[in-house]
Design a protein around this ligand. Sequence first.
Ligand code: LRY
Length: 234
Amino acid sequence: MEKLLEQLKGQLIVSCQAYPGEALYGSHIMAAMANAAKDGGAAAIRANSPQDVTAIKEGCGLPVIGIWKRSYPGSDVYITPCLSDAELIFAAGADIVAVDATGRERPGGETLEGLVSGIRRQPGRLLMADVSTVEEGIAAAALGFDLISTTLSGYTPYSPKSDGPDFRLVAELAAAVQVPVIAEGRIHTPGEAAEAFRAGAYAVVVGTAITRPHTLTEQFARAILGAGSARDGR
Ligand SMILES: CC(=O)N[C@H](C=O)[C@@H](O)[C@H](O)[C@H](O)COP(=O)(O)O
C-alpha cells in the first residue's frame, strides 16, 4: 500500500476513458491508449468500468485507479456511487478505487461512511476520494480515505466553475489534510501540471488533454471557424 503511494509521488497519472458512441470506445482501445501513456512516462492510469480496468491492467501493467461511472435514479452521484460498484472495480484488478466523496445523497440510501467501512472489511485496499471542496476533502480524510483528488471541483452546483484547474483547492487541501492530494480536472498543459505540483499536489491526473482527441479536435475546429469568420468579416 505504502509502496504504491510512494511510487505515485511526483508522478503523472493519465486518465483513459471513452464513452459508448465515441470512436475510441472499447476496452482494447483504452488498453492501447494506456500503453501509449506508459511509453510517454505515465506512472499510473485512471480508468472507468470493470472491463477497462481489467484490460488496462493486463495490457500495460501500470497501477490502475479504477472508477465506475454509473447513474442511479434520484442521485447526482455518478463516480463509483455504491459499495457494490467499488467492490466490482477492486475485483476487476484496480489497485486504487476512486469514489465520489461529496456529501450528496447516494443511491439506495447508502452513505459514504458505509461505503468506506464496507471496503475496509478487507485490509490493504486503497481508496481515493473525489471531492469538489476543501470541506469535502477534510471530511474524506477524517473518514480514512488514503488519497484526496480535486476531480469534482467545478462539477457540483456549489463549487467554482472554471475553464482551468482549481489550483486554489489543491493548495487548500494540501494545507488541510495529511494524506496525498491529487490535482485532477482541466489540466490542459504541461505548464499547468507543473503549477499543480507547486500548489502542493502529490501527483497529477490528466485526461482530456492527452486521451480525448475528439474534444481536442473540436477546440481546434472551433478556433479555426472563429478565425475564418473574423478574416471574412463575418
Ligand atoms: C468530472 C468527471 O467526471 N471527471 C472524470 C473522472 O474520472 C473524467 O471525465 C475526467 O476526464 C478526469 O477527471 C480527468 O480530468 P480532465 O479530463 O479534465 O483532465
